[in-house]
Design a protein around this ligand. Structure first.
Ligand code: GMT
Length: 373
């Protein structure tokens, strides 16, 4: 099949899922066309059957426009690529504005080409941004107008139905990991990351408010008081400077390493003893699944879709958001108990194998076949 994919190309779970999906689909013989304003961050080098079409954001800046109409430029590009490449499906990730522009592009093609729009809901497009009054109706309309809709967890499907009163069927297709990249017990570069006697704790996100990055620092500070440890903060975002300040104020900044944005987490996860994800909300929590695939137990908030793949005390530790003390206390106990740590690590890796791309990607293929009749 010929599949167009639109996603946010910068760092973030939805872009990561969309890119990994595109690569997996190309590996399975499909032709994949990414349509967005920049090269998606996980697409590196040449890959057979993978193409990138950049939305032009440089021309069309007329003085009358105070704001450049990116959504129109995107819809035009989606229409142009669908026509030129003969796309069967346009699969968009994150409803705003991607589902809206895809529906517009599809309707512009009516009578010329039967393009089908598949929308995958990821998280704040439903739980936050989509529910703002200026976006609510257009988000609902775009979801209802898609030919098929998926959500990354049962939680997100239920929340979409509750918040938007959606009548359309929403299929849950969970996020996945590529087991060839994310595997337990790989050689590590531990020595470059932390002193030999340190436990390595990691957190990866786009460092936004919803991630509760200050809780990450506070949990780590308590672990640090109990044992030698280094925290790796992977990613960047608006709350980074606040987190840096917090670690200075708590006197642990020497053991907190802000590594910025990285293309892949696998290498660092192989060296990690514990992964922290104490978010306010996660519709899924892909970074936690990636950590588990590398055999790293996760300390996370019991929110959204997280309990759908982490059973407390089996694959990781779950506590309500904001429970810094409880998360830290249980993290320390786990790190001090090598037997329990090994058991949780093995259980986490086994659980992540249920979310292998080889098992999940065919669900998308089946959906594409279904919508295309
Ligand atoms: O909704 C967002 O915050 C953006 C999105 C992203 O691009 O990072 O994250 C969401 O999608 C991920 C991939 O499906 C999920 O793993 C994240 O849990 C989800 N984020 C939230 O729900 C906060």
């Amino acid at each position: 099949m010929k599949i167009g994919i639109t996603c946010y190309p910068t760092y973030g779970g939805s872009g990561a899922v969309a890119s990994e999906l595109g690569l997996a689909l190309a590996g399975r013989g499909h032709e994949v066309h990414f349509i967005t304003y920049a090269h998606p961050f996980r697409l590196t080098g040449y890959r057979e059957r993978v193409y990138f079409h950049e939305v032009d954001t440089t021309s069309g800046h007329y003085p009358l426009f105070e704001y450049f109409p990116y959504t129109l430029a995107l819809a035009s590009k989606q229409h142009e690529v669908a026509l030129a490449e003969g796309l069967d499906v346009l699969h968009v990730h994150y409803a705003i504005p991607h589902a809206t522009t895809a529906v517009l592009a599809r309707d512009m093609l009516r009578g010329t080409r039967d393009l089908k729009v598949v929308t995958t809901l990821h998280g704040t497009d439903i739980t936050l941004v989509g529910q703002e009054s200026s976006f609510f109706e257009i988000t609902r309309f775009s979801i209802e107008s898609s030919d098929a809709v998926t959500a990354v967890s049962n939680y997100l499907r239920n929340e979409t139905v509750r918040a938007f009163g959606i009548s359309k069927k929403i299929q849950v297709i969970p996020n996945f990991v590529c087991q060839s990249d994310y595997q337990p017990k790989q050689p590590t570069n531990r020595d470059e990351l932390a002193p030999g006697d340190h436990k390595i704790i990691a957190h990866a996100s786009n460092l936004r408010e919803v991630k509760r990055i200050r809780d990450v620092i506070r949990i780590f500070a308590r672990i640090r008081r109990a044992m030698p440890a280094t925290l790796l903060v992977i990613g960047d975002g608006p709350d980074r400077s606040e987190a840096e300040r917090e670690s200075r104020e708590l006197g642990i900044d020497e053991d907190v390493r802000f590594l910025g944005r990285l293309e892949s987490l696998a290498e660092l996860l192989h060296a990690t003893d514990l992964f922290l994800l104490p978010s306010q909300l996660e519709s899924f929590g892909l970074a936690a699944l990636e950590a588990m695939a590398c055999g790293v137990p996760v300390v996370a908030s019991r929110v959204g879709g997280v309990p759908e793949f982490i059973e407390d005390d089996v694959h990781g530790i779950l506590e309500p958001p904001g429970s810094v003390e409880a998360m830290a206390r249980r993290a320390v106990a786990l790190l001090r108990d090598p037997k329990q740590h090994a058991a949780m690590s093995a259980a986490a890796a086994a659980k992540a194998r249920e979310y292998d791309g080889q098992r999940i990607v065919p669900m998308y293929e089946a959906l594409y076949r279904e919508v295309c009749g």
